[in-house]
Design a protein around this ligand. Sequence first.
Ligand code: NAI
Length: 397
Amino acid sequence: MIIEPKIRGFICTTAHPTGCAQHVANQIAYVKQQGKHQGPRNVLVIGASTGYGLASRIAATFGYGASTIGVFFERDADEKRTATAGWYNSAAFEKQAHAAGHYAKSINGDAFSDEIRQQTAALIREKMQQVDLVIYSLASPRRTMPGTGEVFNSALKPIGKAYTNKTVDAFRGEVKEITLEPATQTEIDATVTVMGGDDWQRWMDFLAHENLLAKNVTTVAYSYIGPELTFPIYRDGTIGQAKKDLYAAAKKITDKLKENGGRALISINKALVTQASAAIPVVPLYISLLYRFMKENGTHEDCIEQMTRLFHEHLYAAQPKSRDADGFIRLDDLEMAADIQQKVTTSWPTVATENIEALTDIDGYRKAFYQLFGFGLAGVDYAADVDVQVGVKSFSH
Ligand code: NAI
């Protein structure tokens, strides 16, 4: 089958297995170039198939020789559709990890469910005994509550008052104004339920209860702060409330882990094109400007560079870089550099449909988006017939 990208709104409904494998191979090659280091041995990554979670798994495996268990929610191919990108990514990752002699197994299912927690616990007990690093990198639009089956949907909205700003339809290159109505209290609460800290805490409590956490265990969850420009939709919006709840969870988890020498950390990462960030209004236009100035400055990074820095400079450094006043790891330092933000702020009012290609790196945004689904990667023959079914022995349901 010849596979082409099919864009629907801000998602791509097809994925290319060979392209996804190439995307993973490129990330592995980058990590290998940084050399082998001492660090985590047994790692659980929750949200391991795309974006920051996948990059974390690659960094732990190929930078530190760690064994990994990855949890994610992806779909295999059927007669009508290709598999999801995260499915192909994980298949390619496992193949390479196994070839290099690393233990890697994946659990495909709903990480919010008790059933998947139990499956994961059984696998840790059998293969690792205990984990010394837990990465929590879920990004989901909904959560089904274990026990009750109640479904909560997150909303990406401002709080208190409507927010009007520019946004871009990246594929049409159209810049237009968008007004987002403020969230209701129910929407705010639901977003906190989906993207806040409750599920992270449940995972950590459960693993501790099952005696599956090694002494001095580290757990890390990811967040974003960004510039004032996006505060109404991010930091001060519904997602920001959820992230505040995540920060509170980090404190509670650390309190519980203290006895064991463990810690729960928050890493503030850079804004990047991922399936999760493409869904947030205004953010894709901000990213297009940001990419332009960071590339011009030679400071642009993607998920894998960010996660390599997280491990090398913070989590497993002999002398970790200092954290901010809130105790957060700041991987967004290069994004938030004064000169970069100054340029973004100055350009923002002038960006329009007529000049978007010249003023921003919208082209780089699009390329990065296509690459998430395995399209547009150098070295891949897209005219070749490919099998959409990739055999994966190790994913369990
Ligand atoms: P992503 O969309 O690339 O990855 C999400 C992962 O969660 C995938 O592995 C997916 O399979 C998994 N997942 C979703 N629902 C699931 C479920 N019910 N059960 C099991 N797995 C499930 O997202 P991205 O961007 O890597 O986000 C990860 C974290 O990083 C989030 O907390 C996000 O807020 C944060 N972050 C993202 C930034 C960005 O610009 N993309 C910037 C800073 C932080």
